[in-house]
Structure formats: C-alpha cells, structure tokens
Design a binder for this molecule. Structure first.
Ligand code: G6P
Length: 372
C-alpha cells in the first residue's frame, strides 16, 4: 500500500532512501573506542580467526558483488588470501577447503538455496562458517557457526539496494576485526578507517540529493538498447552491480567491465552514441588508477561513447570528456563504492519507471530464490 511505501512511489525508492540508515544501523554498537567489537564472533572460540589461512566468500547476484568488495578490503587490511565465488559454482566443482578455511556467505534473505547448499557443503568439509545476513533467524545464519546481521531493515523490492550497502559495511567491519585480531593494522589505522566508515551515512545522504538529476537522465534514455559500465579496483564491483540493476529492472542489455580490460575486448563494442557509465577513482588516491581510467574515458570518447561519469567532487580531469558528471564526496578508495552505487540504483529504477515497468517486481525474478 501507499502507506507502507512511506510516500515513495515504490518500495525500491523508499529502500534506496534508507541506505544511510542501513549503514549506520549496521555499524551501531559495533565500534567501541575506535575499535571493532563483534561479540557475535565469540562463538567461534578463542583464537579461531587467528588460525584460519584462507577466506572464501560466497553469494549470488548482488550479494556476490558486495563479496568482491569484501575480498578487496580483507586482503588489504588483514593480509589473508580471499576468494570470492558464486555459491552455485563453488558447490559443484570440488573446491579445496578445510578446517583452516573460513567460509563467509552473504545473503540478504538468508534463504537462497544455492548459497544454503554451498554453506552445508562447507560445513561438511570442516570449514568454519560465518553468515552475513539481513533476516534474523534465517536458515543460512542458523546453519553457520556465527552470523553478523546487517541491520538494513526488511527489503521488499526484488532488486537489492539497501541490503547491499549494509553488506559492504558489515564486511568492512569484519575485515577490520580480522586486522585487529591478526595485528596487521595498528590501532590508530583501524580507528581512522572506522571513522571514515562512520562518516559514510552523511556523505551518502548528500549523494541521494541528486535523485532528480538522475531521474532526468533516465528520462532521456528510455530508448537506449545497451548501456556499458566501467570501473576499476573498488569501482569494478560497482560497475557489475550497475549493470545487473539495469538488466533486472529496465530489461536493457547491460554489461559491467573492469576498465583495465577495455583494450582486451570490450572496446570493440564502442560505437557512436553508446552510453557508458564510468566509475572514476579518486584523483587523490596514491596510485595511478585515476589517470588510467581518465585515459580509458578519452579512448572511448574518441570512438563516440557518451560518458556518464561518477567522479569525486571537484575532479576537473573528467569534466572535458564527460556528457554528465554525478559528483560524489571525497572518500578513500574502498569506501567509494558505498557512495557510487546509489546513483546507478536510482538510474536503473527511474529508467524502468519511465518505461512504465513495475520496479518492485520485475518480470521473471523472485526476491528470494529457494530452489537450486
Ligand atoms: C535474487 C534476487 C537478487 C539477490 C539474489 C541473492 O536473485 O533477485 O536481488 O541479489 O537473489 O539474494 P540473497 O537473499 O541471497 O541476498
């Protein structure tokens, strides 16, 4: 009903508006005196997380993309090898796991059968299992040794939005917890990163203020047949998620690519008028990724692509080549996805709405897929 949507035109619109809160509620009570406190991990027993030598992250759909960000964060901060894999691929290929493997499953519903079967397989193989789940008491959480609940609140729209940002927040907390346990970051570094994490909800609220501008863009693009998304490093999972959202909601062919992969194939797709969203890394990061992505933009622009850039506020290098810039506030590389994904969610939703489609219940999809 209209009342349940709290004045929004769809559950999805309401749920996107709740993203800042989804992050802050997921952090609530879990950061104490500049350190991570995840008491729900105590059940794993003393020393359990110090003894693992590998992490495997599992999920399907949007959850698998939050898992990719979890991998980047855990490897960077806790210096432990992480694989991220689709649950259904993992389950049937005879993967190498043992009692020193921690299997982290990610599921909003906690009922996705593909992920549940993969977790059961991991349990049988003797791995330690941790569930990141948004639904209290869900099957996957119950089947796992421990659970970190995301507190995004109930998600009704089929396409996942606020649960995604909450999953990333929970994975980052977990990554910093691992760094704490394993001593790979100093207490000062950890408290600095936690401070940045806590600043994200307010920063994200300012990104959401651009909703109307994105709606206008979507309105111009209702006849578009194909949209590409490019991102690098932490921007890559964002590109994949942007493409997934557009397929799910607007039934438009969409692909996400790693920007570095462009020259190895996807650039052949670029022809005049092709819209390409580019998630641009921060020009302030101490790596050369910003420059590399800007040169990707120049390459595809020269071939006629229409550039829709999501870039840091004040990033002047992008302006001459972009047809539109959606600015996001300053954040460290790993935190940028939490600011960059909302514009893509809004874009997909508003494009679907402009085409007269049901954004909460896209055709052929289910909120929770409880069959393999
Ligand atoms: C379905 C939904 C997706 C979701 C995926 C995983 O395919 O349509 O939006 O990302 O399942 O769901 P889960 O509940 O396991 O996160």
């Amino acid at each position: 009903s209209a009342a349940e949507k709290g004045g929004w035109s769809s559950f999805m619109a309401k749920e996107i508006s709740e993203e800042p809160e989804a992050i802050s509620k997921t952090l609530l009570g879990r950061i104490v005196d500049g350190a991570v406190r995840l008491s729900e991990l105590d059940v794993l027993g003393e020393g359990a997380l110090a003894n693992i030598d590998r992490v495997v992250i599992l999920g399907c759909g949007t959850a698998s993309y939050s898992g990719m960000l979890g991998k980047y964060a855990i490897e960077k901060w806790a210096r432990i090898p992480v694989d991220v894999e689709l649950s259904h691929e993992f389950r049937y290929r005879d993967p190498v796991i043992n009692d020193r493997t921690l299997v982290v499953s990610i599921s909003q519903s906690g009922e996705t059968m593909d992920t549940l079967m993969a977790v059961k397989y991991a349990v049988a193989a003797g791995a330690k299992t941790l569930s990141i789940c948004n639904t209290q008491g869900a099957t996957i959480a119950r089947e796992s040794d421990a659970a970190i609940y995301t507190h995004a609140g109930p998600e009704v729209a089929v396409a996942s939005t606020k649960a995604f940002v909450a999953q990333v927040a929970a994975l980052y907390l977990f990554g910093l917890h691992l760094a704490q346990v394993r001593g790979t970051l100093s207490p000062e570094e950890i408290s600095g990163l936690l401070g940045e994490l806590q600043a994200l909800p307010d920063q994200l609220a300012t990104v959401l203020e651009q909703h109307d501008a994105i709606t206008q863009l979507a309105g111009w693009m209702t006849d578009t047949r194909s949209v590409l998304f490019l991102g690098r490093h932490a921007g890559y999972p964002v590109a994949l998620e942007g493409a997934l959202k557009l397929k799910e909601l607007a039934y438009i062919h969409a692909e996400g690519f790693a920007a570095g992969e462009l020259k190895h194939g996807p650039i052949a797709l670029i022809e005049p008028g092709q819209p390409v969203f580019v998630i641009v890394p921060s020009p302030r990061a101490k790596d050369s990724l910003h420059k590399k992505v800007v040169s990707n933009i120049q390459e595809i622009r020269a071939r006629g692509a229409r550039i829709l850039a999501i870039a840091e506020q004040g990033d002047a290098a992008v302006l001459p080549y972009a047809d539109l810039v959606i600015p996001i506030p300053l954040a460290s590389t790993l935190f940028e996805p939490l600011l960059a994904v909302a514009p893509l969610q809004i874009f997909a939703m508003e494009l679907a709405a402009a085409k007269g489609l049901d954004v909460d219940q896209p055709r052929n999809l289910a909120k929770s897929v409880t069959v393999e």
